[in-house]
Design a protein around this ligand. Structure first.
Ligand code: ASP
Length: 406
């Protein structure tokens, strides 16, 4: 995935240029071939992503939850960790969605080249009926949801298997190993797909430029500014305020003690790669106990991703605006929920949020072709969201450590 990143930007630029040339000379036969091949390349990329999405969601959730079994931590640490993760992520997604609803980037552009899929909720329903249907829709024969790519019931089933595997029973070891190995296999395939990503992105962008006017690119700029703005708000205002309230540690001390891991997160775009640095910073610079940091930080690096959750919610609203779909209250409720799950499901590696973004789009019935404009800008946005992901883990460790010591 990492190697593909540098080619993706080149492919995106090439796609836009070739798209503009084709638009200028619509009668050229050669350019018509190029256009046809581009459409095919884009579609192959999208279809392979659709192929891997369902098994990826299934194995990553089962594996992630069954891994929690290895911990013997006391109830207080457990409970406060989960409460902190859920609470901060809740706030993060809320802020991102408010900002997107206020500024509405992408409204009025309307990309006709993208197909809308079957939308998960009907706006004709009252909120009460919607909640009723939503809850019933969470449970389904898992084989039917696997076959039909129904993500929500699949997530619920995966969570149940993960919880069942948490039981400390030796007989379950081989099942846990099975899910772990399969997760590795699926991830290998994701990496292969990422090798063809530059061709896919090229094709999708050629197709988009040919069939679209260029105003979309200024909207992309506004969207990026909003995402960076809300992520900075979370990282500079919200998390430091929380730390100050609980620990009386101010933002300057947070920066001084945590800057090595923040800079590493920014540079690597990987919470997991930054984990050893964050562990050291929490223990050496802030005096956090090994017991708490060795528990909270590794789980946080894979599950607690405020920046990713903010991005996923904002990106889905942006794409909905681009296709002219006005997501109502019930659909935004689903988005709220699914953006959090998508960020929990994303591993702490570069651009992981992009793979789970496909899941968010699928659940809302939004076109996966939209990844063609999201992926090229991801390198930059990933740096910001990873930094806030890591900051959230560090702040959580310090708060929980304080709670346990008091
Ligand atoms: N790169 C992020 C991380 O490692 C995950 C993502 O949002 O892509 O925290």
């Amino acid at each position: 995935m990492k190697n593909a990143n540098k080619y993706i930007l080149l492919a995106a630029i090439a796609g836009i240029i070739i798209g503009l040339v084709i638009k200028k000379f619509p009668d050229s036969l050669i350019l018509q071939y190029v256009s046809d091949i581009s459409i095919l390349a884009g579609q192959i990329f999208i279809t392979t992503l659709k192929m891997i999405l369902v098994p990826l969601v299934f194995f990553s959730i089962v594996n992630g939850i069954s891994n929690l079994a290895s911990s013997n931590k006391a109830g207080t640490i457990w409970r406060s960790t989960l409460l902190y993760f859920a609470g901060t992520m809740f706030f993060a997604v809320f802020i991102a969605m408010i900002a997107m609803n206020l500024f509405k980037p992408g409204i009025g552009v309307s990309i006709d080249a993208w197909q809308l899929n079957e939308v998960v909720t009907s706006e004709a329903l009252s909120f009460k009926d919607f909640i009723y249907q939503f809850i019933l829709g969470l449970f389904e024969n898992p084989f039917a949801s696997l076959a039909n790519g129904k993500i929500l019931p699949l997530i619920i089933f995966s969570i149940l298997i993960g919880i069942a595997l948490n039981e400390k029973n030796k007989a379950l070891n081989s099942a846990r190993d099975f899910f772990k190995s399969f997760y590795e296999i699926i991830f290998k395939i994701v990496n292969w797909i990422m090798y063809i990503a530059p061709f896919g992105i090229f094709g999708l962008l050629v197709n988009m430029v040919v069939s679209q006017n260029i105003t979309i690119f200024s909207q992309v700029g506004i969207f990026m500014l909003i995402v960076i703005g809300v992520i900075l708000f979370h990282g500079i205002i919200f998390l430091p305020t929380l730390l100050f309230i609980f620990n009386r540690v101010n933002i300057l001390s947070l920066w001084k003690g945590g800057r090595v891991s923040f800079i590493s997160a920014f540079a690597t775009s990987s919470s997991s790669a930054t984990l050893p640095i964050t562990l050291k910073a929490s223990q050496n610079n802030f005096g956090a106990s090994k017991d708490v940091s060795n528990f909270v930080l590794p789980i946080g690096a894979t599950m607690n991703m405020d920046g990713t959750a903010m991005y996923e919610a904002a990106a889905a609203l942006f794409i909905a605006n681009l296709v002219g779909l006005d997501l109502g209250l019930s659909q935004q409720f689903v988005l709220f929920f699914i953006a959090m799950i998508a960020s929990i499901g994303a591993p702490g590696i570069p651009s992981a949020g992009m793979v789970t973004m496909a899941m968010v789009l699928q659940v809302l019935g939004l076109p996966l072709e939209a990844l063609g404009i999201l992926i090229p800008m991801d390198r930059l946005l990933d740096t910001f969201r990873t930094t806030v992901n890591v900051e959230g883990d560090l702040v959580g460790t310090l708060i929980i450590d304080k709670l346990v010591k008091d």
